[in-house]
Ligand binder design. Structure first.
Ligand code: NAD
Length: 513
């Protein structure tokens, strides 16, 4: 850790040995148990965070609700100016924050920096958006009437995030929610609490410098029980939750029981279709990066390759030799391609998946295995694996959050490949590799991919902030980030104004008194 300047990064971000995990901005407090954050890179305990109790949470929600009353009245472009300053602060602290993301979560330093860049990009997007929160004007059927719709701030937005994008997902939500006039309470993953503390410190410094009240940016910490404080609380009109399908089903029901809104970004089971007209070189680059990048811990990681039988062996051989060249090790060292999994539980799930696919009749063509010895002391490093399998195997239907890639064969037309691709419960990201226009268009048509993201000649993993991000079916249906995703953070109102001295009723109804 020392060699990579982790100590300096922690102090630049205001991380102490013990941190208060509850915050309303500059005021930090907490009375719950300590969470210890371990780095999967070297197994070291980085530092501790005091978790949030119900009493702490009640203080937070009271501050947030109060802050909302004034924040919503600040003109949206002025809120955008605050978000612009926040983006500038992130530019200043990009390196230490990127390093912390890499060290606490285990992704490569380049990806850590990339995550911070995404935060900066969404801030820029939100600044522009702050002048464009517009509704439509429509023609009234009644003479002398004007009708239009407008968007108003919603209130307290609860954000629950996963360990694998420990900072960007929060920014995707918060930058938009803030320009929309909402205040936010964030519960980061209990596996990456320090990323949460660091981000909150950065946000707090901007709010303080602008003399803004406590409560616009709030942080709570702990496991699912702390998440439940928000999902069950009526004072939180929108809960945005990113994580597993299992979690999403519980959160959705809890929020729906009080008729709140939820925005769900859940698991994927992403496939690339490789047709006879595919560029094989591009396919291999896209598939390998998609399957082993971030050690297979992206919601958009490539889990399945659906390959036409005529090129199956060629693709398989090329993949095996590409996997041969992968170097696995410390993600802060730029010469490594694959870093660790988040913890030993994730390693167990990976090992179980490899066993299961063989039990179900699959064949491992790149064996995988858990790494031991020098550099692998944390016990979290595994070898990326490839298995030949069938789509209907239980394990293939399931998202294993690790670098395990399943090869599936199809014959005949691209329709057959699309059917295999869609035959899973998840619907996040999908791709086709082809130079055949008809195949590409079929894949993008209404009878094509059923996912929220469908790409042609790029892999499944990664996305730009300009588009709306999210997936269908059990991925949860939510959309975040670009396009018109902002609308979920606001309430919509239709207004009709009569500027005559008559009171005509709609649909020509007569009501004489
Ligand atoms: P997880 O579901 O274990 O935890 C996610 C978050 O939910 C954590 O903060 C956790 O404390 C909280 N949580 C869990 N149960 C809860 C409950 N009952 N009530 C309230 N909060 C609860 O997921 P993880 O292991 O951190 O992340 C990996 C998963 O996230 C994968 O399935 C991945 O595909 C998914 N993911 C999806 C997206 C997306 O945008 N679709 C992005 C990133 C990750």
């Amino acid at each position: 850790a020392k060699e990579f300047g982790i100590g300096e990064a922690l102090s630049a971000l205001g991380i102490k040995e013990i941190n208060n995990g509850t915050s309303t901005g500059s005021e930090n407090f907490a009375s719950g148990d300590l969470i210890e954050s371990f780095s999967p890179v070297d197994g070291a305990m980085i530092s501790k965070v005091k978790s949030t109790t119900q009493a702490d949470f009640d203080k937070v929600i009271a501050k947030a609700s109060e802050a909302f009353k004034s924040w919503r009245k600040k003109p949206a472009p002025q809120r955008g100016e605050i978000v612009r300053q926040f983006g500038d602060k992130l530019r200043e602290l990009k390196e230490p924050l990127g390093k912390l993301v890499s060290y606490e979560m285990g992704k490569s330093y380049q990806e850590g920096l990339g995550e911070v860049q995404e935060m900066i990009d969404i801030c820029d997007f939100a600044v522009g958006l702050s002048r464009q929160l517009h509704g439509l004007t429509m023609h009234s059927e009644r003479p002398g009437h004007r009708m239009y719709e407008q968007y108003h701030s919603l209130g307290v937005v609860g954000i629950i995030s996963a360990f694998n994008f420990p900072v960007a997902v929060w920014a995707w939500n918060t930058a938009l929610a803030w320009v929309c006039g909402d205040v936010c309470i964030w519960k980061p993953s209990e596996k990456t609490p320090l990323c949460g503390i660091a981000c909150q410190n950065i946000a707090a410094s901007v709010f303080k410098a602008n003399d803004l009240p406590e409560g616009i940016s709030c942080l709570i910490n702990g496991d699912y029980k702390v998440g439940e404080m928000m999902t069950h609380d009526k004072r939180v009109p929108l809960v945005s939750a990113t994580g597993s399908i299992r979690m999403g089903k519980i959160v959705a029901q809890a929020v729906a029981a009080r008729l709140g809104k939820s925005l769900l970004e859940l698991g994927g089971n992403n496939a690339i279709i490789v047709t006879p007209d595919a560029d094989i070189k591009m396919t291999i680059i896209g598939a390998v990066f998609g399957a082993v990048g971030t050690a297979g811990q992206r919601c958009t990681s490539t889990r399945r390759l659906i390959i036409h039988e005529s090129i199956y062996d060629q693709v398989k051989d090329a993949l095996v030799s590409a996997y041969d060249q992968l170097s696995i090790g410390n993600p802060l060292d730029e010469s490594n391609h694959v870093g660790p999994l988040i913890d030993k539980d994730a390693v167990n799930l990976y090992s179980k998946a490899l066993k299961k696919v063989v039990q179900e009749g699959g064949k491992l063509i790149v064996d995988g295995g858990v790494l031991e010895g020098k550099g692998y002391e944390s016990g979290c490093y595994v070898k990326p694996a490839i298995a030949e399998a069938n789509n209907d195997y239980e394990i293939v239907q399931h998202e294993t959050f690790a670098p395990v890639l399943y090869l599936l064969k199809y014959s005949g037309d691209v329709e057959n490949a699309i059917e295999i691709q869609n035959c899973v419960v998840q619907g996040l990201s999908s791709a086709i590799m082809t130079n055949n226009l008809r195949e590409a268009e079929k894949f993008l048509s209404v009878a094509g991919s059923d996912c929220g993201i469908a790409n042609v000649n790029i892999g499944t993993s990664g996305a730009e902030i300009g588009g709306a991000f999210g997936g269908e079916k059990e991925t949860g249906g939510g959309r975040e980030s670009g396009s018109d995703a902002w609308k979920v953070y606001m309430r919509r109102q239709t207004n009709t104004i009569n500027y005559t001295t008559e009171l005509p009723l709609a649909q020509g109804i007569k009501f004489d008194i």
